[in-house]
Design a protein around this ligand. Sequence first.
Ligand code: ADP
Ligand code: MG
Length: 358
Amino acid sequence: MARISFNNLSKTFPDGTQALRGIDLEVKQGEFLALVGPSGCGKTTLLRILAGLEQPSEGSVLIDQLDASSLQPKDRNLAMVFQNHALFPHLSVFDNLGFGLKARRRPKEEIEQAVLPVAERLGLSDLLKRKPNELSGGQRQRVALGRLLARNPSIHLLDEPLSNLDANLRASMRNELIHLHQEHQRTTLYVTHDQIEAMTLGQRICVMNEGKIVQLGTPEEVYDLPANRFVAEFFGSPAINVLPGQTTPDEKSSATFLLDDHSIDLPDERTPEPGHVLLGIRPEDLTLLENAEPGKAWEAKITRIENLGDSRLLRLALGPHEVSIKLGPRNFKVGDTLFFAPNWERAHWFDSSSGDRL
Ligand code: ADP
Ligand code: MG
């Protein structure tokens, strides 16, 4: 079992690219941590430094309180599934799966005992004699995962391991990974750029952008209390609506939110200071009103309807803004006028220049 801490970790590549900028992060023993962020934000670099494949420019990594710089990669008791799932082309699936154990000079029987159940679990039992070039991309990805599971070290590093799988297989592999983690409780860093994968797999999610950690929290925390506009827009599909406007106290001293020339009353609680702000409201947090009292709702025409099966996603033109609303299945028509308002308890307010949560 292992605990990991990154302390003020930075990485600048020789060409000047700053891949990581002052990362401070504690990964708990046995935790499944999802590292998520857009392509190029430094996720792979962070794993490679932990694995000892790359040296930090600044800062340190501790594995169980030991400074990792004193440990050779092979002594870190970890294994990594690479994004490009590099397999040994000349070895069979069986030998690829057993490679880590063989390299550690484990006896043949032990290798078999480790490899066969993993192959079974990943649906590779019938492919054990094949070479990597005789496998599909998805099968190769499962072999790469199986290689890590057969060795089962105390730290598991997974870099977008499911990205080449089709949707169904990806969903079943996600379940498999959750079960495996529950069984073995290995400290796991799971890199993905997929918000759904991060939400469903991570016990905590570390959101990165431009080499920095933007938010660290449970899936509920990052979804319900995003630290800034970036995190709010990263999670949720369809994406959160972000509307620029102005909050003003009106004569009766209750506040309003002015979006262009549409004004809507705000509840007294949790209203930001008067001024320019961004209102973030998720499509599922807007509700329809049958008839609109002045100041209580926005009015807009439907421009597009997407049938999601169990729900309808409507796009509405609210002045120059496109607003998405997610509603139950009903017969809507393009061109219909709707009255709708935020569920204010679910509203997010962001600073109009920094995007930080207010
Ligand atoms: P991610 O995995 O989040 O997509 P990476 O960690 O691979 O991001 O890359 C972070 C940044 O560092 C990117 O801008 C990438 O181009 C750059 N980078 C990665 N490896 C190298 C390298 N060996 N030399 C120079 N730049 C690199
Ligand atoms: Mg990467």
